[in-house]
Design a binder for this molecule. Structure first.
Ligand SMILES: O=C(O)[C@H]1O[C@H](OP(=O)(O)OP(=O)(O)OC[C@H]2O[C@@H](n3ccc(=O)[nH]c3=O)[C@H](O)[C@@H]2O)[C@H](O)[C@@H](O)[C@H]1O
Length: 446
């Protein structure tokens, strides 16, 4: 445990050593054991002090309910900038090989969050059509990292290498851009989940704001600057009541910190586009589901709990009001991501300077047909052939909105986005995957 604490002192080991050596020199002037003890004690306090910003940015109940970990120390280590060893000729060879373009006019794409749900699917699709793909992921334990490792194996089989590191690690990002002149960045690394933001607000700031800024800083200085497509969220519509949600609607009333950090991302994108000429496209995903999905999402843990005979909490709004989502199937989202990449114009800056105005876009990627959560449960019951133990409860005030509904005309116009999978069809594919992945579902204990 203590060695991992030492490992976690972010980017300060050199500084720490310097303090230690000057401390030793100063010790020579103090002969008494009492003074020595005092300085050792002071040193310890200083070390704790320098560690405190990263510590205090995380709430005390920071472990994820979706992971097996329950200690703050574990959370600190997963948020650490420490990157598992990178560098060296063999590593560079893997990076280059993964990013090698194999089709005429193909892209070379850095996919952040490549071991995540959407990241895995997008990476495979890009590779399949001949683009060079390099993944980046910090493999944090917000939810079961074994699932992320399984996705990694899947990508490995397609020839995609995932560099293990955090988007806050500027040295690593710079190195990757030194090795590969990425034409595009598909930025999907984020702290997801609406309700978890109340438990661990710091993780949202770390990944969705600080990490995004760090990535943009590296992109703006890269030569050539890549075009960036990144994951925003339907949650930015917050308390907006006008339906369906259009990109022109107001997004200044977020209902969760998650939504607020995604909205902040959109404003940050504006800034980097304005100052540095970075081409930026934000995609507002609407409750994406499907095979290899996220275990923290309702459709996923409802499935698990129904199969285990456990009750599932189904939220309803005031006066028995329906809670509904514009659930969007992963394959439709992948098409939207590729469409956005294909229509992204080049960034216009170089050497960290803007040369001309650059493209700045935001698109809804939804399904355009909201489904009540209770209907989602009915579909799962039919597919699983098990009756759910429904526990209907009031929509908690923890960031959830009552409904979402996407207007997708903008994405349709720009790149022909047209979702084709209804919830019944998509959930059927999800359930088939779930059963094959977890084997005998009765035994599954994720
Ligand atoms: O579109 C987005 O941008 C976001 O989509 C997703 O958020 P949500 O739409 O909230 O999905 P999800 O948690 O699966 O809840 C689904 C429904 O089940 C209801 N719900 C949930 C939990 C529960 O115990 N009971 C319940 O009824 C709940 O009220 C809701 O109506 C992503 O997680 C998020 O990262 C972000 O990408």
């Amino acid at each position: 445990m203590s060695s991992s604490h030492m490992d976690n002192i972010p980017s300060t080991p050199g500084k720490f050593k310097m303090e230690k050596s000057s401390y030793i020199q100063r010790c020579r002037h103090f002969s008494s054991v009492a003074k020595l003890t005092f300085f050792v004690f002071l040193g310890l306090i200083l070390v704790l002090f320098f560690k405190s910003p990263s510590t205090s940015s995380l709430s005390s109940s920071s472990s994820s309910p979706y992971s097996s970990s329950s200690s703050i120390a574990s959370d600190l280590s997963r948020r650490s900038l420490k990157t598992s060893s990178w560098g060296g000729l063999a590593w560079e060879k893997r990076v280059r090989s993964s990013a090698r373009i194999r089709s005429r006019n193909g892209f070379s794409v850095l996919v952040t969050g490549a071991a995540g749900f959407v990241g895995t699917h997008v990476s495979v699709a890009l590779k399949r059509r001949g683009d060079g793909v390099l993944g980046l992921d910090n493999f944090n334990d917000y939810y079961d990292p074994a699932l992320k490792r399984a996705r990694q194996s899947l990508l490995e089989r397609s020839g995609i290498y995932i560099v293990e590191g955090d988007i806050n690690d500027a040295a690593l990002l710079k190195k990757l851009f030194e090795l590969i002149p990425f034409t595009h960045v598909m930025h999907l690394a984020a702290q997801a989940g609406v309700r978890y933001a109340m438990e661990n607000p710091g993780s949202y700031v770390h990944s969705n704001i600080a990490g995004f800024v760090n990535l943009l800083e590296v992109c703006k200085s890269a030569n050539p600057q890549p075009a960036i497509v990144w994951a925003s969220s339907s949650s930015v519509y917050g308390l907006n009541t006008k339906v369906p949600f259009s990109e022109k609607d107001r997004t200044d009333q977020p209902a969760s910190l998650y939504a607020a950090t995604k909205k902040a991302g959109e404003e940050i994108a504006h800034t980097y586009n304005h100052i540095y000429g970075l081409s930026l496209t934000g995609l507002r995903f609407f409750t994406v589901y499907g095979p290899w999905g996220r275990p923290d999402m309702a459709y996923f843990f409802f499935t698990r709990n129904i199969l285990k005979g456990k009750s599932i909490p189904i939220f309803e709004a005031a006066n028995h009001g329906t809670v509904a989502r514009d659930f969007t199937y992963i394959d439709d989202i992948v098409k939207g991501c590729l469409g956005a990449l294909d229509t992204a114009e080049k960034s216009t800056g170089s050497g960290g300077k803007k040369r001309a105005p650059a493209q700045l876009r935001v698109f809804n990627l939804g399904n355009t047909s909201p489904v009540p959560v209770s209907d989602l449960v009915s579909i799962l019951e039919r597919l699983l052939k098990v009756k759910a133990k429904r526990l209907v409860m009031k929509l908690p005030r923890n960031g959830d909105v009552q409904f979402t509904h996407a207007n997708i005309s903008s994405a349709r116009r720009e790149f022909g986005y047209k979702p084709t999978t209804d919830l019944q069809t998509g959930l059927k594919k999800f359930v088939r995957w779930y059963v094959s992945y977890y084997g005998s579902v009765k035994k599954s204990d994720q």
